[in-house]
Design a protein around this ligand. Structure first.
Ligand SMILES: C[S@@+](CC[C@H](N)C(=O)[O-])C[C@H]1O[C@@H](n2cnc3c(N)ncnc32)[C@H](O)[C@@H]1O
Length: 200
């Protein structure tokens, strides 16, 4: 696969992944009170639906995307937010925030990356998530096993694939199949929650 030119895709608004709203699994996690308060980060946040969903007066919510046009799409479609949210434009692989996060939400960011970038993704996640903080990966498109000739993006993903990358720094708390999701994604999403190991 040639590398994806995300900025070009956003400039031309060729964004077939964009579902126009947050996935039900995120809204459910919030409704169940399972999203920690404090500092929250959404990498590869695109038009920022998840950023807006997470915005809340108890949280400092930061989204990041490499495309300035993605940020423009966020600003256009989110005039009134329930709480403060900051949308930064930059590259995840060189991102250097002022502090680590209590909660990081990855939906369709990991699967969008070139497989050669996955180890760096895991290294950076262990720097971005505070000890005892939570990394939530809503894994899509879920495939077990991953077909040998898989192509992407989106690249098929599963829990073992992510576990292999993060196991030294994170413990898996649970994996659940998303009961409700966007039309066409049914049965292809699993929510995996990873706790960053503490430093005793
Ligand atoms: C498949 S889209 C998903 C967007 C959003 N999470 C959603 O569910 O609609 C992947 C997003 O990651 C962004 N992206 C890709 N590589 C990036 C990088 N290295 N740093 C920051 N954002 C990146 C793209 O611009 C794009 O908006």
């Amino acid at each position: 696969m040639p590398p994806v030119d995300w900025e070009d895709a956003w400039r031309k608004r060729v964004t077939p992944w964009d579902e126009g709203r947050s996935p039900p699994a995120l809204r459910r996690l919030l409704a169940e009170g399972r999203v920690p308060s404090g500092r929250v980060f959404v990498p590869g946040c695109g038009a920022g639906y998840d950023l807006a969903t997470l915005a809340d007066s108890e949280r400092v919510v930061i989204g990041l995307d490499v495309s300035i046009d993605a940020r423009a799409a966020f600003v256009e479609s989110h005039k009134d937010l329930p709480g403060p949210a900051t949308y930064e434009v930059g590259d995840f692989f060189t991102y250097d925030p002022t502090g680590a996060f209590d909660f990081v939400w990855d939906y369709t960011f990991f699967c969008a990356l070139d497989p050669g970038q996955r180890e760096a993704w895991a290294r950076i996640m262990s720097r971005l998530v505070k000890p005892n903080g939570l990394l939530a990966t809503l894994l899509f498109p879920y495939a077990d096993p991953i077909p040998p000739n898989a192509s992407g993006p989106p690249w098929p993903v599963n829990t073992d694939l992510v576990r292999g990358l993060v196991k030294d720094e994170f413990e898996l708390l649970e994996v659940t199949e998303a009961e409700h999701t966007h039309p066409g994604r049914e049965g292809k999403e699993r929510l995996a929650l990873w706790r960053r190991k503490g430093r005793d």
